[in-house]
Design a protein around this ligand. Sequence first.
Ligand SMILES: [Zn+2]
Ligand SMILES: [Zn+2]
Length: 477
Amino acid sequence: MNPSKRFKNENSNKDSDDDIIIIESTKAPVIHEYCQHIDNITGESCKEYYAIVCIHCNLYLCYIHVEIHRVLLINERDKLVNELNERIEEINQLIENPDRIQQLLIEQMENRKKTKVSFIHQLSLEKLINISKIINDLKQLFEPIRIVLQKTRCVSSIQIKKIQESFLKFDENKKILINNIVDSITIKQHHSVNLFQLSNLDRPCRQYELPVHHSVHNEMAASEDVLVINDREHVLLFNLTNCFDDTLIPELIEWKNCVDGKIIDIQYSLYLKLFFILTDEKLFSLNRLSSLVCLYRFASLPWSCTIVLNSIYILYKYSTIIEQWTFQQTSAIQLVKQWKLNEILTESEHDRHLKCIRSNPSQSQLAILIEDDECRWRIALFDHDMNYLQQTNMLPNASTIDWSLIFSFISDQQLIVMDTTTETIYLITINESTSTINYQQYSNSDYPANACRITNNDCSQLILKMVKPNMLKFFQI
Ligand SMILES: [Zn+2]
Ligand SMILES: [Zn+2]
């Protein structure tokens, strides 16, 4: 089922070779009486009488030399057929393996930028290119060659030259085509502002099963190329650089719950280039070399944290207090400010718990998941000085039994809230002063238990941690 058929490479057997027609000379000789063949080595002319005009070189030749020239011509043509088949093979390889088209585009982008294209950028390519159009364009590249070959059933040196020219043209056109695609990707990468839809959850661009089955722990965060996930006795470190394999093999960092506390939140700071691991007792920083530093030991039970520049915002269990700490380069944190929710939010006398705090991707806003005394949940938005901006309506049917709600920003405009008790996903879209809530229940199917963004040079993906089966799904955002 090759889209482009190989051209037959006929052997030079005299009987089977009917492509080459030798034209007998009809005109009487004017000047040339003898065969015009000149020996390459001795430089001597042939002493035979000429018989016919050679279609290879248009010289008057004897029967012996016209046969020799015919073989030369066949060899040249065979060489061209081989060259053509190589090109067809190359294109067929691309057409049959769209992954190779992507690989080719990535190589081109890397050559242009003189830097490696990150995993996240590679993933985003799938959204930006139209593979079937590229395949069609690649097939079209052969048309000029096909036309030339169809016209030249009878081979002559002029026609061979034409075929060679069409090959050069083919190589040139292929280069132009690839360049144009790379150009269009670069333009499109800066113009993707589509809102995320709940239906997008059915179409991950990548998914990986995790080596640990039935993990009930879902705390996670991602840097530009490393994904960190809590797995109770271990912290799993996934290196996402060039990971096009079907499985992700994590590096394991042993975690002693009895010494360091139970992990309840993991966040990454793009600004500090550090992961922060919050347990029910302590706060740790974790850098890329896997070195773990304890920054603080809390007196009360911390519950959630987020990082804005060098500030760390912390929420506590059974409390409506929000604290801002600063990260010191001396590997410690210091309390800067403390707010009570009822001081920053009017009509908040019925609010009981603050479950989860997150900062938006551009680090200009903080969002907090709030539960009131009727066990209803909503999200409120603040600036980094905790000035109130806006809040959502109550999340319909959100869990009232336990506190298994968590959320993540998808973009500055959108949030995803996951309730693992009711197995419901809420997608919140923030407009200037209002917000809309879309939601869907994912019972009896795999549902996400946590989400985080991964960003590398303006390019982002949403990663969802699924349970039953325990897996990761990547989505274009
Ligand atoms: Zn000749
Ligand atoms: Zn001769």
